[in-house]
Design a protein around this ligand. Structure first.
Ligand code: AMP
Ligand code: MG
Length: 329
């Protein structure tokens, strides 16, 4: 199968709609990462997504809808705090989990009685979702466990020959996957951290919990248990306080003749001035936005990435550190 990358216009949207209506999958941009979308109402189409990615069959998918879509067609109970949160943060990088009405394929939620819904803010994503006017089940458009794609080229690199069409909406600005928020209880609970932080949610909803898995408990956000986001090269992660040791190790590996890159935020780059650097940038938004792009760049040029965790640890950095730890194993 030939894989085309096309800009988003009338022609490509018509093609996308044809593919989706016939049970196929289309990659599309969002403000977080690129998604691999299929008709959530079509069982075969949803199963096909798992097959294309090699995704474990117990890792549920998020359903994407346009901003005019009435989600009560899909979910049972939308608590008042969820309405406030939707008003404050949607469209945007916040996925909300509700009790499902079981209107979509059971493969979407992998047997859970809940459904995760997201309304992306990316203009191209909105155009695509409005054009097909169907709930679109979509995980990130990468081979399972690889780094999530933030450009159309990244999608192509992973999925060429496996899908027909990548809608190209430029580089994703958010850079890490959406916050996943459980809205089935009396108090919202963050299952996966992202750009919409627990503090931001608490400010609107009054309270917000953060999920910590207890020993022996059944995981509530199944995706979190998998190794994820890994570049195809060796990786070593140092804490911020150990950055001098990280630089020494990087220098030692270079002496050994290895192709080594030093991944760090800009302030640490300025401190050591490594010759082979993957500079994540300055503030938390920039670091989030650059992380996957730099991991993918790194695996192309390096045998080993030596990384230093960013200094800041709260806010958006909770989500960034969560991804860094998984990427660096
Ligand atoms: P991905 O699209 O690859 O970012 O993965 C979506 C993630 O959303 C999954 O790995 C789960 O952690 C989470 N998710 C999706 N549906 C549900 C659900 N019904 N309940 C809890 N978490 C969910
Ligand atoms: Mg993913």
């Amino acid at each position: 199968m030939e894989t085309k990358i096309l800009p988003i216009d009338g022609r490509s949207l018509a093609q996308a709609k044809d593919i989706i209506s016939s049970g196929g999958a289309v990659a599309f941009p969002t403000e977080t990462v690129y998604g691999l979308g299929a008709n959530a109402l079509d069982d075969g189409a949803v199963r096909n997504i798992f097959a294309i990615k090699g995704r474990p069959s117990d890792n549920p998918l998020i359903v994407h809808v346009h901003s005019g879509y009435d989600i009560t067609r899909l979910v049972a109970r939308v608590p008042d705090y969820a309405k406030l949160l939707a008003k404050a943060f949607l469209p945007g990088p916040l996925t909300m989990v509700y009790e499902s009405l079981n209107k979509v394929s059971p493969a979407v939620s992998c047997g859970l009685d809940t459904l995760a819904i997201r309304v992306p803010s990316h203009a191209g994503a909105q155009e695509f979702l409005r054009y097909v006017d169907l709930p679109i089940a979509a995980p990130s458009a990468n081979i399972s466990k690889h780094v999530s794609p933030v450009t159309a080229q990244h999608v192509y690199d992973d999925l060429k020959g496996r899908i027909e069409l990548v809608l190209d909406g430029g580089k994703c600005t958010g850079g890490i996957e959406s916050t996943v928020l459980d809205c089935t209880g009396d108090i919202p609970c963050v299952l996966r951290s992202g750009l919409v932080t627990a503090d931001m949610i608490a400010q609107v909803a009054g309270e917000c919990h953060e999920y910590v898995m207890k020993d022996g408990e059944k995981v509530r956000s199944p995706g979190m248990k998998y190794k994820h986001y890994s570049p195809n090269c060796r990786t070593i992660l140092f804490e911020y306080a150990e950055r001098q040791r990280a630089f020494t190790e990087y220098s030692r590996l270079i002496e050994e003749g290895k192709r080594v890159y030093f991944m760090c935020e800009n302030a640490v780059f300025e401190e050591f001035r490594p010759k082979f650097a993957l500079n994540l940038g300055n503030d938390e938004r920039e670091i989030a936005s650059n992380l996957y792009d730099k991991l993918r760049e790194g695996e192309m040029v390096a045998d080993i990435i030596v990384a230093v965790a960013p200094r800041k640890r709260d806010g958006v950095m909770v989500g960034v550190m969560n991804r860094m730890r998984k990427a660096f194993g």
